[in-house]
Write a protein that binds this ligand. Structure first.
Ligand SMILES: [Zn+2]
Length: 326
């Protein structure tokens, strides 16, 4: 506790004001995951250049991979980089899928401005109790909290679920009231990873359950809703990966049109991770295949970073509608 750092010292903001504007504004704040320098540079460059508010988020896997302290100072560096670019976009540092009170507490104490406590796999009363405990701690430091009701299918780092369970709209009011959460992730048919739907020949992606979203919105008017597992699994990248030695068969995501529709509603935060991973892998594979004598990581990671900037600008401008909203 002696070396606790508050997010405001790092130039970060919590998500409260971002969400307040997004809910009424018909767009969603992008939440991009990062694990390394090039990803974070790309996120900041693209969001500064499109004047988009942004949430940079860290999963348990990212903390294991890159070290929590390193990630905190990277986020601090990201804020400074944006300011040097002449941009004053709001930037939040968020814990994605926190799985215990202790983890959330440690993130609050180490400069995160927002945390998710994911108790969605627990019995309802236990989810309420755990989420309430995190909210009570986080709010003492003005850190905002995301909870979750309903379980998404798929795998995101260590968070895995065999089968999805849609959010029960009849629970959302009670959950928000009892826990005091600032935003709520719901399950309406999205899933984690690059293989979101198992489709047979000729089948198309099933539509998201907009009826459940509408019911949640009706019961919680103006309350920020969050969508996880919302990558489109850009087919151009899957094709590049497969063309240059990869093997990703049947990788499919949520069509952009459905994400646009969600962003225009009460959904005010959309998590995008897999599309960024695909962009990086596609350009690294292509670069190395075309330049077999190259051994400078800056060359192939530079190509990946450039593609990531392009992808993120596209998401902000054409999918989430967050461009120009900073
Ligand atoms: Zn997630």
């Amino acid at each position: 506790m002696g070396d606790a750092v508050h997010f405001s010292e790092l130039g970060l903001v919590n998500t409260r004001e971002m969400f307040r504007r997004a809910v009424g504004g018909g767009y969603a704040i992008p939440a991009y995951n990062f694990n390394n320098l090039e990803q974070l540079q790309a996120i900041i460059t693209a969001c500064a250049e499109t004047a988009s508010p942004v949430i940079v988020q860290v999963s348990k896997g990212a903390r294991d991979y890159a070290n929590q302290t390193m990630l905190r100072y990277m986020a601090m560096g990201a804020v400074q980089m944006a300011r040097e670019m002449g941009s004053d976009i709001p930037i939040s540092l968020h814990l994605d899928h926190g799985d215990s009170f202790e983890l959330c507490q440690s993130c609050v104490d180490s400069g995160f401005s927002s945390v998710m406590i994911d108790g969605s796999h627990l019995p309802y009363a236990d989810n309420v109790a755990l989420t309430r405990q995190v909210v009570e701690y986080a709010h003492r430091f003005d850190v905002t909290v995301e909870g979750e009701l309903g379980v998404l299918a798929g795998i995101e780092d260590e968070v895995s679920a065999e089968h999805s369970t849609y959010t029960k709209p009849e629970e959302v009011e009670d959950f928000v009231k009892k826990t005091g959460v600032d935003s709520l992730a719901i399950s309406i048919g999205t899933s984690h990873g690059a293989y979101k739907f198992k489709l047979k020949e000729g089948e198309s992606v099933p539509p998201l359950r907009f009826d459940i979203l509408a019911e949640c919105e009706k019961r919680l008017p103006g309350f920020p809703i969050v969508l996880h597992g919302a990558s489109s699994v850009v087919q151009e990248y899957v094709e590049l990966i497969n063309a240059y030695g990869g093997r990703m068969e049947g990788a499919v995501g949520v069509p952009e049109e459905q994400l646009r529709r969600a962003a225009a509603s009460a959904v005010c935060k959309i998590n995008i991770d897999s599309d960024g991973r695909l962009a990086v892998t596609a350009r690294v594979r292509e670069y190395l295949a075309k330049n077999p004598g190259e051994f400078d990581p800056r060359k192939y990671l530079g190509a990946a970073r450039k593609e990531l900037v392009k992808l993120i600008k596209h998401k902000n401008e054409a999918v989430l509608g967050s461009a120009g909203k900073a």
